[in-house]
Design a protein around this ligand. Structure first.
Ligand SMILES: NC(=O)c1ccc[n+]([C@@H]2O[C@H](COP(=O)([O-])OP(=O)(O)OC[C@H]3O[C@@H](n4cnc5c(N)ncnc54)[C@H](O)[C@@H]3O)[C@@H](O)[C@H]2O)c1
Length: 376
């Protein structure tokens, strides 16, 4: 095995996702024969209690509320930024200009114009930048992707992908930044969940030619957490229908991103149907791949996949994968690709894919506002 190099990582935004990243680095040794060692050296957050949480990580040398202090540190090679969406552009650009490579959280800027500016600056400076989207690293998602990429499905009939949450169905859930357009963005739920849904279709080269969007604001106020109420002005649910130009056909697609989807705690799914075969995977059945086969009759066949991850770990092949596993796989893909060692495996979402996803959400806003089908 060739020498293992160490990459020193700084986290800006130590909330929900910042701590998930730290957890992935904390058991990095579970990856087998991996060419890069991930070491968390610095963390920035505005909340002292969160900085305290990171004191449990022995490799962390710098804890600071000032992201510029973290970016000035010579002990940081790569930055992971997981902050509210209105801060993406300013902090991403600061990171790039400080000479750091970047794993950026989605949606990669608060809107399309912002995403384009970040992508263009990264290109100009020659930084290695990728965008967070972990579900495609699940074995079931990988299998659906492979079947479609290999052209094994025949002529395509339909593509459905979605990401569904139900926790917002509780009207007593207090407001937070994700439910306010000035922090989350006008695209609302599409900014929160959309990159996850668009990643595989975009990687397959499928960009919508037309779309029609139905956007819903279902709860327009929420408790403000201080005894009053606050306006909840982001889109809760978005259902997009349209056409993907694939192989000379206009293939119908549906993308769903929903915060109010009864019974769905965190359901990511994709289904691609063709004339010869079809494939379906949902995180509701995390180790199950459904494939459809056509003979005289048609069958859905169910396969148990186990732990067939792109990057091998010590976990046995029969085990079920979960969210911490795929986040670790996503980080492994990021660091392997940065080191030129992806070796044909699936890579993280690119800035171009993030910009393409924003083009879809911008078209969805235009469609909803005009009740028209939009050509992209
Ligand atoms: N990939 C995924 O599955 C996934 C899941 C959830 C959220 N996200 C994305 O991750 C990002 C963060 O979301 P979250 O759920 O972790 O939010 P969060 O609110 O839990 O954490 C955000 C953190 O940023 C900190 N922060 C705010 N301003 C800051 C500043 N100027 N400098 C340093 N820290 C600052 C806050 O104190 C907070 O701790 C968003 O872009 C979100 O869309 C991704």
């Amino acid at each position: 095995m060739s020498a293992v190099t160490t990459v020193r990582i700084g986290i800006i935004g130590g909330g929900l996702m910042g701590r998930e990243a730290a957890s992935a680095f904390g058991r990095w040794f579970a990856l087998e024969n991996f060419p890069v060692r991930a070491e968390l050296t610095a963390v920035c957050d505005l909340q002292p209690a969160l900085l305290d949480w990171f004191r449990a990580v022995p490799t962390v040398k710098l804890l600071t509320p000032d992201h510029r202090a973290l970016l000035a540190s010579p002990d940081v090679d790569v930055v992971y930024v997981a902050v509210p969406h209105h801060l993406h552009e300013a902090i991403y650009l600061d990171a790039l200009r400080a000479g750091k490579d970047l794993l950026a959280e989605k949606p990669f800027g608060i809107d399309l114009a912002s995403a384009r500016r970040i992508r263009d600056e990264a290109q100009r400076l020659g930084r290695f930048v990728r965008v967070s989207s972990e579900f495609p690293f699940l074995p079931g998602a990988q299998r659906v992707f492979r079947l479609a990429a290999d052209g094994a499905l025949g002529r395509l009939i339909s593509v459905r992908a979605g990401f569904l949450h139900s926790s917002d169905l509780d009207p007593t859930k207090p407001i937070n930044w994700k439910r306010q357009a000035k922090f989350c963005g006008e695209i609302g739920v599409m900014g929160d969940l959309g990159m996850h849904v668009a990643h595989l279709p975009l990687r397959l080269g499928w960009r919508p030619a037309t779309l029609f969007a139905q956007l819903q604001k279902i709860y327009t106020t929420r408790p403000d957490g201080k005894g009053g109420t606050a306006a909840c002005d982001t889109w809760d649910n978005a259902t997009l229908h349209g056409a993907l130009p694939i192989g000379g056909d206009a293939v119908p697609f549906t993308f769903e991103t929903k915060r109010l989807a009864p019974t769905e705690t965190n359901t990511w799914f994709i289904e691609i149907l063709g004339t010869d075969r079809g494939a379906r995977f949902s995180t509701k059945e995390p180790k199950t791949l459904w494939t459809y086969r056509r003979d005289k009759e048609q069958w859905w066949e169910k396969t148990d996949l186990g732990f067939g991850m792109p990057f091998k770990t010590i976990s046995g092949g029969i085990f079920e994968p979960g969210l911490p596993d795929v986040l670790m796989q996503m980080w492994a893909a990021f660091l392997a690709e940065r080191a030129g060692r992806l070796d044909g495996r699936f890579g993280c979402a690119t800035p171009d894919e993030a910009v393409a996803s924003h083009e879809i959400w911008a078209a969805a806003l235009a469609s909803h506002a005009s009740s028209q089908v939009i050509k992209l």
